[in-house]
Design a protein around this ligand. Structure first.
Ligand code: MRU
Length: 344
């Protein structure tokens, strides 16, 4: 399976997701600033993958700090963590991973700078390995929701490329296929970055799982014609009440799914659940550059001077969500009490 991100020779190596599927090119980040640039520029994207990248970014940043004075080291490390958290605002996995790295630094500081550095590297690698294992467990739980012959619609890319490996929504599909079920996927192309057409289609094709790319505005057509048995998407942040922030357009798909009595599932690790946010309207939504909409592959497609809106995510109210698939099991409504129980 494709390696989304790896730690190699004290550097962070990631596949360049802007170039896929045309070119399989890897980007090497030698310092934490280049990791931040990679996250902002969507070289790496997808909530869990961003979390892994942020952790590795903190580790690579820590290795570059040239002092053996613990206080000075901590001041610099904390500044790196603060910068890292601002890379993208919606996916909570980023802040979650950075917080985990800070805790490791807190717990090992008494052993000196050298030891903190080596523990940070270890932790970043552990976050990557854990993420892959979590996705596999999530897949095992979630695949029970799919029947042999199910046709699954997904939005954006919540696959191996959006995670440490295997995937969340696509992990459920993979697990169903591994369990011997025949599964077909409809991949919304997902304007404007085309995560569905470029990334989901690429990785499913590579894995031999039948995939049909559809335009975002044809999801209703396929549901209306009885071609979709389930929707499975990932999440960037899930509020305490079960509202789900995910790639722009997810809300539209959820409303359509409800209208056509198609179950709408969200697959996400527990680290994507943010109990500090009560409801979806409190989740910060990233607004990206207009040129992602007005231009295509560097060429203008909208008239000169026209303004474009480009929210990167939307919030699906929990009433549209049939179940949330996590590594701790499949959670059905009422979400508020059941999500809280996951943290006890
Ligand atoms: O802007 P992106 O590509 O980072 O958005 C990604 C998504 O919205 C994914 O669906 C989400 O992060 C879940 S990935 C397992």
């Amino acid at each position: 399976m494709v390696k989304t991100i790896v730690w190699k020779d004290n550097q962070v190596v990631m596949i360049d997701q802007r170039k896929l599927p045309m070119r399989e090119r890897y980007v090497v980040c030698k310092d934490y600033r280049s990791v931040i640039r990679a996250i902002k520029g969507l070289i790496i994207r997808g909530a869990p993958a961003i979390g892994v990248a942020a952790a590795m970014g903190v580790a690579v940043g820590a290795l570059k700090i040239r002092t053996s004075n613990l206080d000075q080291f901590r001041a610099k490390l904390d500044a790196i963590c603060r910068d890292m958290v601002t890379a993208r605002p919606t996916a909570v996995n980023l802040a979650w991973a950075v917080e985990r790295m800070k805790q490791v630094a807190d717990q090992t500081s008494h052993r000196g700078v050298k030891e903190v550095k080596s523990r940070l590297v270890e932790e970043a690698r552990k976050i990557l390995e854990e993420d892959i294992a979590i996705n596999r467990t999530m897949g095992r739980h979630g695949q029970r929701l799919l029947k042999d012959g199910s046709r699954v619609l997904t939005h954006c890319n919540a696959g191996a490329l959006a995670t440490g490996g295997y995937g969340t929504a696509l992990g459920v599909v993979r697990a169903a296929v591994e369990a011997g079920k025949r599964i077909e996927v409809f991949a919304d192309e997902t304007r404007p970055f085309l995560q569905g057409a470029r990334l989901t289609a690429w990785e499913l094709k590579k894995s031999g799982i039948p995939v049909t790319v559809i335009t975002d505005n044809s999801a209703g057509y396929f549901m209306q014609h009885g071609k979709v048995d389930a929707v499975i998407v990932g999440a960037d942040r899930i509020a305490a009440n079960g509202d789900v922030a995910n790639k722009i357009g997810t809300y539209m798909v959820a409303v359509l799914a409800r209208t056509h009595s198609v179950p709408f599932y969200v697959a996400a690790p527990v680290s994507t659940i943010d109990l500090s946010v009560k409801e979806g309207q409190d989740i910060p939504i990233e607004q990206r550059d207009q040129t992602e909409v007005t231009h295509f592959q560097g060429r203008r497609i909208a008239p000169q001077g026209v303004v474009a809106g480009n929210p990167a995510f939307d919030v699906t109210p929990h009433r549209y969500v049939s179940a949330i698939i996590t590594e701790k099991g499949v959670i059905t409504p009422p979400f508020k009490s059941r999500l809280k129980r996951l943290f006890l």
